[in-house]
Write a protein that binds this ligand. Structure first.
Ligand code: HEM
Length: 223
């Protein structure tokens, strides 16, 4: 299946966007698996998710063309107008996330923030293990936060099902393969949207800051 019959091959998704995406896919599954009997690994996976999500939010402001929130987050009017056209069988040629996809992506990033944020303070039922900041809250509050941690994972699961369902809908119904561009970075579009590229130092700065914050949180902000 192709995304457009002819056009220009565009470098749509930069390396950081793709690396963050597929790392989040892997770590979401891994964290779920490790939440049963491997809480140490679960926590380390969580710190990696903290770094990835913080980096992705930063990259949404400082990254290259299609990675920027300003290039895909749209108001209710544009989103509703897009919703009315979504069932048509015409292949999608949006140079990046469409307005509906943008909503789900922002929702996933926010729920991931809640997920890792609550994990930092959550404590398990017998107070044997807890997040690195769990000693800053009472046991009861730590338990309530742990419940929110579980609830937000349900919300994340629902969003991911919706997200993958939407990607498959585009593949089957609209004959638009969004998956390959998220792997290769390249997409065939009717014309070159002229997406800018971010300089390497912005990438280095984002990696350093996001990594440092995740590391500091893993130490319970004690140095
Ligand atoms: C195997 C399962 C998955 C597939 C096939 C998949 C596929 C995709 C595709 C094709 C896009 C780009 C959509 C577009 O062109 O507008 C995308 C974006 C995105 N997906 Fe997934 N996804 C999967 C699982 C997940 C999971 C588990 C998460 C997070 C927990 C996630 C989070 C995101 C985010 C945050 C974006 C936006 C990328 C960015 O702009 O940085 N995805 N996904």
């Amino acid at each position: 299946m192709s995304d457009a019959p002819s056009g220009v091959r565009v470098r749509l998704w930069d390396g950081p966007v793709r690396l963050v995406h597929w790392s989040l896919v892997g770590l979401t599954g891994f964290s779920w698996w490790a939440s049963e009997d491997h809480l140490d690994w679960h926590q380390w996976s969580g710190y990696a998710v903290v770094a990835l999500v913080l980096f992705r939010i930063y990259w949404g402001f400082a990254g290259s063309g299609a990675a920027r929130f300003s290039s895909f987050v749209r108001g209710p009017g544009t989103t509703l107008a897009y919703l009315k056209t979504v069932s048509s069988r015409v292949p999608s040629t949006t140079p990046g996330h469409n307005p509906l996809g943008a909503l789900s992506i922002v929702a996933i990033l926010l729920v991931l923030l809640v997920q890792v944020g609550t994990g930092l303070f959550a404590v398990d039922i017998d107070a044997y293990q807890g997040g690195p900041l769990s000693d800053r809250v009472s046991f009861d509050l730590g338990r309530q936060i742990a419940e929110i941690h579980e609830l937000s994972f349900r919300a994340l699961q629902a969003l991911v099902v919706l997200h993958v369902g939407a990607v498959l809908f585009y593949l089957v119904w609209k004959r638009t393969d969004l998956i390959r561009p998220m792997i290769t970075g390249q997409r065939l579009l009717p014309s070159d949207p002229g997406l800018g590229r971010a300089p390497w130092w912005r990438l280095a700065l984002g990696v350093a800051v996001a990594g440092a914050i995740a590391w500091a949180l893993s130490k319970g902000l004690r140095f």
